[in-house]
Design a protein around this ligand. Sequence first.
Ligand SMILES: [Mg+2]
Length: 230
Amino acid sequence: MLERLILFDLDGTLIRSLNGFIAFNEAIYKTFGLSGDIRTVIPDGNTDPLILEDIFTAANLKVEITEEKWRAFAQNLYESYTDAIQRGLMRVFPLPGVLELVRKLAEVKGIYQGVVTGNLEKTGRLKLEAAGLGAYLGLGAYGSDSRNRNDLPGIAKERWAGVIGKPLPSRHCTIVGDTPKDLDAARKNHMRCLLVGSGRYAVEELGLLKPDACLPDFTDTKAVVEALLG
Ligand SMILES: [Mg+2]
C-alpha cells in the first residue's frame, strides 16, 4: 500500500487569521511590560520564539528571554488568542479549498496528515480548532518543539512513525507550505515539498525556487491530490 505523510504549515497555507496581531502584541505587553509589534517584522515561515526575538531587535530593545519569561509568554499568548477568538475580535478561517482537501485526504487509505508549524503547540491547535480543522489535523511538530524550523519535519516524522508503528522513509513525506523557509526545511530533511501561493509569496515567485510542486491555491482539490501523490 502507498503510504504518504503530508505535513502542512498553518499560517498562509491552511489558515489565515484576522487581527491575530492584537493578541500577539497583548501577550508581549503582559509578559515583558513592553510595546512590541509583530507588524514590524516578517513572521512568515518563522517560529514564534524567533519572531519574538525579531520584534525586540526591530524595536532596538535588549530583552533577555529567560526560560521562565518564555513559559509566561506562551501562556499569555494562549490566553490572549482564546479571549480574542471568543470575543470575535480575532477570526481564524481556512483558506479556499482547504476543508475540501483535508476531507478528501482523510478518505484516502495510507495517507496521513500532520502539521509542521512555527506556532507553539497550544496556540497552533487553538487556531486549527477555530478554523474547523481540528478534527483532521493536530499531530506533528510545533515552534514549541524547536525554535529552528529545520528541526521540525524530523520531529513530526518520528511522532507519526510512533503512531503508525513503523518508520516512514523521508521520501514518502511531503512538506506543504507557503514560504521559501518551508522549502528549505523540506530539503534539509530530504522530503518532498509543495508550495502554495496563498500566503505572502506569489506562486510565480515560489515556482522559481523549483519545489516538487507549486500551486496558486487549493481550490482544485483533484489537482492538489495529484500533486501530493505524484
Ligand atoms: Mg506559513
